[in-house]
Design a protein around this ligand. Sequence first.
Ligand code: MRU
Length: 349
Amino acid sequence: MIKTLEWTDEGVRFIDQRKLPTEETYLTCTTYEEVADAIRDMVVRGAPAIGVTAAMGIALGVRDAEGDHVSELRRHFDEICETIGETRPTAVNLFWAIRRMQDRFEACSEMPVEQIKQALILEAQRMYVEDIAANEAMGKHGAALMPSSGGVLTHCNAGALATCGYGTALGVIRAAVESGKKLQVFADETRPFLQGSRLTAWELVKDGIPTTVISDNMAGTIMKQGKIDAVVVGADRIAANGDVANKVGTYTVAVLAKEHGIPFYVAAPFSTVDLETPDGSKIPIEQRATREVTHIAGKAIAPEGVKVENPAFDVTPAKYVTAIITERGVVKAPYEENLRKLAKVAVSA
Ligand code: MRU
């Protein structure tokens, strides 16, 4: 399995996703500030991977914090959480992970400093293991929804590289293929950062899953040609009403899928569901550097001085979503009611 990220004694180790697919290089962040930079600079990206990275960054910062008193440790802990929390605003997994580490800190705040540090490291490692298990469960639930043979379109990268392993949308595809389904994946290249052609294609080709890269503007015509039987994408945040924030361009794909009568599935762990955000209009959308649009591999592809927009995500209204595949099961409309039901089931389980 691809090691997207990993806790080591030296620090948090990442495959550098900015360099893929041409270079497979690894980078170890030895301070929490470096971990925050790795999230901001897209060394590591994808909502679930960002969440676990945040937890590991916090654990790393706390491990190396000075001071013998819990009050000192708490001061460092708060600073670390604040720095990590300012990296990327849309993926709710980041804030979910911070809150979980805060809860853990509170739960063991009566213990000696060294034990608190150890508990936080263990919590981050637990989140890593849970993420892979959630993806495998999602894969099982979602595989049943995939056609026994045919084309599946995906946008961005919701694969092993966006998680601790196996992937969400690509986990569903992997599980379907493992169960004997004959799928042909169409990967949108996903401008401007090219997560589809650089990352999705890289990991699927590595796995021997038939994959065709298309530029984003080809999706409509490929659907019209009857080559797509299902769409499956990931999510950065799912609002209580089922609106889905995901990589910009997802909304276009969802509308096209509706027009062509193609089911549109979203695969995401429950940590991506944000019941405190009522609908998609309240989801903060990250604006990224204009250079991502005006340059490819360091080369200008637009005239200097031109105006540029670069919202990293868009919101797909729930009405376009056929089903949301989570590790707890498949959710269909009415989303508000069914997401809340599933949230309660798991809490009492
Ligand atoms: O900007 P990115 O690369 O972090 O955006 C990633 C996506 O939009 C993914 O589809 C999403 O995080 C789901 S990952 C399982």
